[in-house]
Design a protein around this ligand. Structure first.
Ligand SMILES: Nc1ncnc2c1ncn2[C@@H]1O[C@H](COP(=O)(O)OP(=O)(O)OP(=O)(O)O)[C@@H](O)[C@H]1O
Length: 639
C-alpha cells in the first residue's frame, strides 16, 4: 500500500507485483506514452508478451482486470498502439492511424455514459494480432461479445444510450437530417433517446460525429455502407418516438413516427408492425412450437424493445465485420497475441446510487469474476502444483468463494464479488420477463435482409450465412487465415457441445457460453495480467473534477488517494497473496525442452552426444545426466 501510494504521489502509476502489473488510473493525461522503454510501464507488458511470442512461438494474451472506470480500455489502446508500432506489419497494412480509427468507431457504437464512467464500454472484446515468421503483424481482427444491446431501449435512470445516437443527432448535416427525417425531433421517446440540451455537449458530439465519419473513411467504409448505418440508427430512433400501446391490441402508439421508421428501414408499416408485434419468427409461421405460445403475456413495449435491440445488435455485428475487413489478411501467420478488455466491475453503490444493480451489470460482473478465476488458476493452482512437484514448502492459502445473501426486500439479493470485498446489491425485479425469448429480436435480421433499400439488404444478405456471428452473440469470426479459422472453430465448438447444444436459446446459457468461449480462447495461451485500480470513488461519482487534482504537485495524488478503496481492490485481486507465493518458489522458470531449444546453440556438441535422448516427452522425468548437462548450459550461458 505504502509503495503504491508513494509511487502514485510521484506520478508513477505503474508498479510490478511479481509477474503482474498494477496500473492506477492517473485521472489526468500524463505524458508518459511518448517513450518506448519505460519499466514498469504498460509498454513493458507489451514488450514482454511480444518477446515471449517471438522466442517460444506460443500464443500470448494480455488480460485487463478491474473496476469500471479504472482504465482498462485506455491501457488496451496503449498496448495495441505500442505493439503495432514496434512490430510493424507486413506490407505496412496496419498503421497507428488505423488503430485510432478502430477505437473511435468502437467507442461510438459500443460505449455510453454510465454512473461509473462517462465513456464506459458496454461490450467485451478481444483484439487478435496474428504475427508472421519475421515477428510482424500479418493480420488482425476484433471479436466482440456480450454487447449490452437492451441499453438502446432501456437503461437505469441518469445513464445514456450508445454514444453514436448523440453524435448523429448533433452532427448530421442538413442533407442527412432530411433523409433521416431528423429536422423535427420527437418530444418523447419510449427509448429515452433525446437530443442533448447543453450547447457544449452538442458541440462535442458534433465534433465526434465528424471524427467518426473520418475514422470510417480510414477503414474503408464506403459512403453507401455509412448511409446504411445511419438509416438503421434513424429507424431505431423513430421506433422509440413511435412507442407502443400500454393496453389492448399490441401496436404502435404514434403511427406517423412508425411510418418514418419503416421508410428508413426499407419496409412497409404493415411488415414492420407484424415483425414486431405478431410474436412469430419469420420463416417459422407453420411451426407449432414457435414462441407465439407465450405471446399473450408479452407486452407491446417488450416487443418494441426486442426489435430495437435486435436491430442494434445486427448493426453492431455489421460494424465489427466492416472493421475486420480492413484489418484481415490471408497472409500466413504463426501465432497470435490477444488483448482482452471487458466492462469492469459495476456497483451502483460506488457511485452513491440507491438503485440495485441490473441484470446487465450482473453479466459484466460475472465476466470479470471468470477472468479473475483464470488469474487464480494461473497464479495459485498451477503454481502450487508445480511447487508440490519441486517439494517447495508452501504456506496454505485459503480463498473465500463468492458469497450470496438474500436481501431484506423482495427481489433483492447481495453478491460479495472479489472474495467478498465488493458487495453488490442486485434488484431482480423483471429479470424473468427480460430473459424471455422474444421473436421480434430475431425478426430484426430478416427485416434488414429483406429491406427494399438496396444498400441495407446487400450488406445483410452477404452476412446471412452466419459465418461472421455466432448464435447472434459473438461477432467478428470472419477471416480466412489459418489462425482466424482456428479461433472461429474453437468458439463454435463451445456453442455446440454438451448442454450448450440443448439450451442454446436460454439467455443465461447464451451469456455463459460467450464467457466460456472467451476463457477457452485465452486459456490456450500464456497469460499476462494487468490489474487496473481506481484511485478514488469521486473519479466515478464526478463529485470533484479529478482530472486536475493529480499531478499538480508530487504530493497531490498521494493526498487524494482513497486508501480504503485501494485496499479493498488489492484484497479483492489477491495480489499480495500472489506476491507471497511468488517469493516462495522459483519465480522464473522454463520447461527443459524450451530451455534446450533456446540455448543448445551454445553447446552443440551436447546435442550431438545425446541425440534423440534430448527430445523430452515427459518434463518431470528428465534424466540425471541430462540435468547435469543442463547445468552446464546454464554455467556456459551466464559466465
Ligand atoms: N493511463 C491513463 N492515462 C490517462 N487517462 C486514463 C488512463 N487510464 C484511465 N484514464 C482515464 O480514465 C477514464 C476511464 O478509463 P477507461 O474508460 O479506460 O476505464 P475502463 O476500465 O475501461 O472502464 P469500463 O470498464 O467502464 O469500460 C477515461 O476518461 C480515461 O481517459
Amino acid at each position: 500500500m505504502n509503495c503504491l501510494r508513494q509511487r502514485y504521489g510521484g506520478n508513477l502509476i505503474h508498479t510490478y507485483a511479481g509477474p503482474n502489473t498494477v496500473v492506477i488510473n492517473p485521472l489526468s493525461t500524463p505524458s508518459m506514452y511518448s517513450e518506448k522503454d519505460m519499466a514498469p510501464h504498460i509498454y513493458s507488458v507489451a514488450q514482454t508478451a511480444y518477446r515471449n511470442l517471438l522466442t517460444t512461438r506460443q500464443d500470448q494474451s494480455v488480460v485487463l482486470l478491474g473496476k469500471s472506470g479504472s482504465g482498462k480500455t485506455t491501457n488496451c489502446q496503449h498496448l495495441v498502439q505500442y505493439l503495432v508500432s514496434i512490430a510493424g506489419s507486413t506490407g505496412k497494412i496496419f498503421s497507428a492511424e488505423k488503430w485510432q480509427a478502430v477505437y473511435t468507431i468502437l467507442e461510438a457504437f459500443g460505449n455510453s455514459s454510465t454512473s461509473m464512467n462517462s465513456n464506459a464500454s458496454r461490450f467485451s472484446h478481444v483484439v487478435s494480432l496474428d504475427f508472421d515468421q519475421a515477428g510482424q503483424v500479418s493480420s488482425a481482427s476484433i471479436q466482440t461479445m456480450l454487447l449490452e444491446k437492451l441499453r438502446v431501449s432501456r437503461r437505469p435512470d441518469s445513464e445514456s444510450t450508445f454514444n453514436v445516437f448523440y453524435f448523429l443527432l448533433a452532427g448530421a448535416d442538413s442533407t442527412l437530417r432530411t433523409e433521416l427525417h431528423l429536422n423535427h425531433l420527437a418530444e418523447n421517446s419510449t427509448f429515452g433517446i433525446l437530443p442533448q440540451t447543453k450547447a457544449e455537449d452538442k458541440q462535442r458530439s458534433s465534433q465526434q460525429f465528424t471524427k467518426l465519419q473520418a475514422a470510417m473513411k480510414v477503414l474503408g467504409f464506403s459512403s453507401e455502407e455509412q448511409r446504411a448505418l445511419w438509416l438503421i440508427l434513424g429507424g431505431i430512433y423513430h421506433l422509440g418516438a413511435a412507442g407502443a400501446t400500454k393496453a389492448g391490441r399490441r401496436q404502435f402508439a404514434r403511427h406517423e413516427w412508425a411510418q418514418k421508421a419503416a421508410y428508413l428501414l426499407g419496409c412497409t408499416l404493415e411488415e414492420l408492425s407484424s415483425s414486431i408485434f405478431k410474436q412469430q419468427s419469420k420463416g417459422l409461421q407453420h411451426n407449432p412450437t414457435s414462441s407465439s405460445v407465450s405471446g399473450s403475456k408479452v407486452t407491446a413495449l417488450e416487443c418494441l424493445e426486442a426489435m430495437a435491440s435486435g436491430l442494434y445488435s445486427e448493426l453492431f455485428t455489421l460494424v465489427i465485420s466492416l472493421i475486420n475487413r480492413s484489418l484481415n489478411s490471408s497472409q500466413h501467420s504463426l501465432c497470435s497475441l490477444l488483448i482482452v478488455d471487458t466492462p469492469g466491475f459495476q456497483n451502483p453503490k460506488v457511485s452513491q446510487l440507491k438503485r440495485g444493480a441490473t441484470f446487465e451489470e450482473l453479466c459484466h460482473n460475472y465476466t470479470q469474476e471468470r477472468l479473475q478465476t483464470l488469474f487464480h488458476e494461473r497464479t495459485f493452482t498451477q503454481e502450487l502444483d508445480r511447487y508440490k512437484e519441486l517439494t517447495i514448502s508452501q504456506t496454505c492459502l485459503c480463498f473465500l468463494g463468492n458469497l450470496l445473501l438474500r436481501g431484506d426486500r423482495p427481489h433483492v439479493f447481495l453478491l460479495g464479488h472479489s472474495h467478498g470485498t465488493d458487495w453488490v446489491e442486485y434488484d431482480a425485479q423483471g429479470w424473468l420477463c427480460h430473459a424471455k425469448h422474444n421473436p421480434a429480436a430475431q425478426n430484426a435480421a430478416s427485416l434488414l435482409q429483406d429491406s427494399q433499400k438496396k444498400n441495407i439488404s446487400a450488406l445483410f444478405m452477404s452476412r446471412a450465412s452466419g459465418a461472421t456471428v455466432l448464435s447472434g452473440s459473438i461477432a467478428g469470426l470472419e477471416g480466412s487465415s489459418q489462425l482466424a479459422l482456428r479461433r472461429a472453430t474453437s468458439m463454435r465448438k463451445t456453442f455446440t457441445t454438451g448442454v450448450a447444444a440443448v439450451k442454446k436459446k436460454s439467455l443465461c446459457i447464451q451469456i455463459k457460453l460467450q464467457v466460456d468461449a472467451l476463457i477457452d480462447m485465452v486459456r490456450r495461451s500464456k497469460v499476462h495480467f494487468v490489474h487496473c485500480l481506481l484511485p478514488k470513488s469521486e473519479a466515478v461519482t464526478g463529485a470533484s473534477d479529478p482530472r486536475v487534482s493529480h499531478g499538480e504537485s508530487p504530493d497531490a495524488g498521494l493526498m487524494t488517494l482513497d486508501v480504503g478503496l485501494l485496499r479493498a481492490q488489492l484484497r479483492g485481486s489477491k495480489l499480495l497473496d500472489a506476491l507471497r507465493i511468488y517469493r516462495q518458489g522459483y519465480p522464473d522458470h522454463m520447461v527443459f525442452s524450451e530451455f534446450r531449444r533456446r540455448f543448445d546453440v551454445l553447446a552443440p556438441h551436447l546435442t550431438k552426444k545425446h541425440g534423440r535422448h534430448y527430445i523430452v516427452t515427459d518434463e518431470k522425468r528428465v534424466s540425471v545426466q541430462t540435468r547435469g548437462d543442463a547445468m552446464f548450459f546454464c554455467c556456459f550461458f551466464f559466465s
